[in-house]
Design a protein around this ligand. Structure first.
Ligand code: GLU
Length: 304
């Protein structure tokens, strides 16, 4: 398929829709991004690349990093991991404290903030140099050694991160955080602060489109069974409280972030990232969602 032409075609179809929604502002630095940015990049498992628009511009990947930290922690901790975090959709906002109280400090899944904070705690417990080892993991997957945490964005979030600190404190009170709260939260904010382009991020996600193996060099990143499970969690929990709608309209496992990015995978075929900073009421990229819906309908390439 000539995906390049399809991107142009799908983008034309979106011209008649209003680019609604607002750029995230609760992390002050995110609000400075131009709302009209729009990029797409696809990597196929056979090594082809297709880019469109602002696909080579860096953006804050935010919660999309939760898939990468989960992949690393799952590989280290194996099924023990699921004693500390569940795999059910939360049906609540991604930063909700209420549910955590009812669930005795065990987050519903690794993609809500509480779950990703537990994953950060596991990485701190298991790795000698968590910050370095995590960014090395991302650099290896993306094929770009320059990728880094963004101090400016991390600092901006740290200045307003009281709710995440509250989640961490609550879980600590239930015994589900092993390390010092400050260290866990700082690491969590660093993970969210990473900046990448659509093309770097699509390449990073390629192993999940290829049963855990990086198709570009044949390296096994995780087992195919783990890849299956991570994709399943993405399918059910990757789009905040809009995962059902996303499954219904797009039909691919995916993960979004408040920076306006959405990463999706089609196992056996491709990984793809769209970026458009305006978010809908559920916190997902408005135009990104519409683009993916049109794209999978046009190409008939959902997993269903
Ligand atoms: N760093 C953000 C937070 O913790 C991530 C939110 C997101 O992208 O879902 O609120």
């Amino acid at each position: 398929m000539n995906y390049q032409e399809i991107f142009i075609e799908v983008n034309k179809k979106l011209k008649s829709c209003k680019d609604d929604g607002t750029v995230a502002s609760y992390i002050p630095e995110l609000h400075k991004v131009s709302p009209s940015k729009f990029g797409v990049h696809m990597c196929t498992v056979t090594g082809e690349n297709y880019g469109f628009g602002d696909s080579e511009e860096k953006f804050s990947i935010q919660s999309i990093s939760k898939v990468l930290s989960l992949s690393m922690a799952f590989e280290i901790e194996k099924n023990q991991l699921w004693k500390r975090v569940g795999v059910e959709p939360s049906g609540n906002p991604f930063n909700s404290l209420v549910q955590l109280e009812y669930d005795a400090g065990i987050p519903r899944n690794p993609f809500i903030n509480a779950g990703a904070i537990v994953i950060a705690d596991i990485l701190i417990s298991k790795l000698k140099n968590p910050n370095i080892e995590f960014i090395d993991f991302v650099r290896k997957l993306s094929g770009n050694n320059e990728i880094n945490y963004c101090e400016r964005i991390a600092k901006s979030e740290k200045s307003k991160g009281h709710r995440n600190a509250a989640l961490c404190n609550l879980m600590k009170s239930f015994g589900n955080i092993e390390n010092n709260i400050h260290d866990v939260i700082e690491f969590y904010f660093d993970l969210c602060s990473i900046e990448m382009t659509c093309s770097e991020l699509a390449r990073t996600f390629l192993f999940l489109a290829n049963y855990g193996v990086n198709p570009l060099d044949g390296e096994k990143i995780i087992s195919s069974s783990k890849s299956k499970r991570i994709n399943a969690v993405m399918q059910l929990c990757g789009l905040y409280d809009e995962a059902g709608e996303f499954s219904f309209k797009v039909g691919l496992p995916g993960k979004s972030g408040v920076g306006g990015g959405i990463a999706v995978v089609h196992p056996g075929k491709y990984s793809m990232v769209v970026w458009s900073p305006r978010l809908n009421k559920k916190g997902n990229s408005s135009k990104g969602l519409r683009f993916l819906e049109e794209f999978t309908s046009y190409t008939e390439s959902s997993i269903f």
